[in-house]
Design a protein around this ligand. Structure first.
Ligand code: AMP
Length: 199
């Protein structure tokens, strides 16, 4: 099963990804996580991405496409994967299409988290506070100022993917404002419906 989770920052993609990983045994490929790891490790990609991420902008397509292309080659991604935070531009979506076509693979669904953007700022503030309370480092881009830029990047560059995938018939909207457990249940039903029925 190969799926994309689409939605603005704070929509619940990461939370639901973790649950899908547990239920369906496919890995979560989060470009945000991969880029943060590259920044922490000080790799050339990390050095290139660091200031862009801190300002809330998008890392260049070719950089992100490169890391995803490498990641989908890994053994654990062979039976499927959840793409979380990728693609984020139409150019990335086209690169993904080409990448999968080359391997004879296809996407099964693009899950779009529908959310009320006004509620997201509060969610992000809550995420930052909970992370700090656990004694973990808070993401530098989870401040209200940077969050605004991230939301703007979503509106202008990522939201057009909704139309892009609607045309393919793969788009499945879910109510991202519903309680976490309800979203999980909805996704569970949706994803079980995508799985091939075993004989
Ligand atoms: P996320 O963890 O998905 O919120 O991503 C955090 C930051 O990483 C974003 O604000 C971007 O700067 C960068 N990033 C993550 N995924 C992508 C992507 N697919 N394309 C460009 N930049 C990305």
């Amino acid at each position: 099963m190969r799926i994309i989770l689409l939605g603005p920052p704070g929509a619940g993609k990461g939370t639901q990804s973790t649950r899908i990983v547990e239920r369906f045994g496919i890995p979560q490929l989060s470009t945000g996580d991969m880029l943060r790891a590259a920044v922490a490790a000080g790799t050339p990609v990390g050095l290139q991405a660091k200031s862009i991420m801190e300002s809330g902008g998008l890392v260049p397509d070719e950089v992100v496409v490169g890391i995803v292309a490498d990641r989908v080659e890994e053994a654990d991604a062979r039976k499927g994967f959840i793409l979380d935070g990728f693609p984020r531009t139409v150019a990335q979506a086209k690169a993904l299409d080409a990448m999968l076509a080359e391997k004879g693979l296809a996407l099964d669904a693009v899950i779009e988290f529908k959310v009320d953007e006004d509620a997201l700022v509060g969610r992000i503030a809550k995420r930052a506070a909970e992370t700090a309370a656990r004694g973990e480092p808070v993401r530098k881009d989870d401040t209200p100022e940077v969050f605004k830029t991230r939301l703007e990047a979503y509106r202008s560059q990522t939201a057009p993917l909704s139309d892009y995938y609607a045309e393919t018939g793969l788009l499945r909207p879910v109510d991202g404002m519903a309680p976490i457990e309800d979203v999980t249940r909805e996704l569970d039903g949706l994803l079980r419906g995508l799985q091939p029925v075993s004989a």
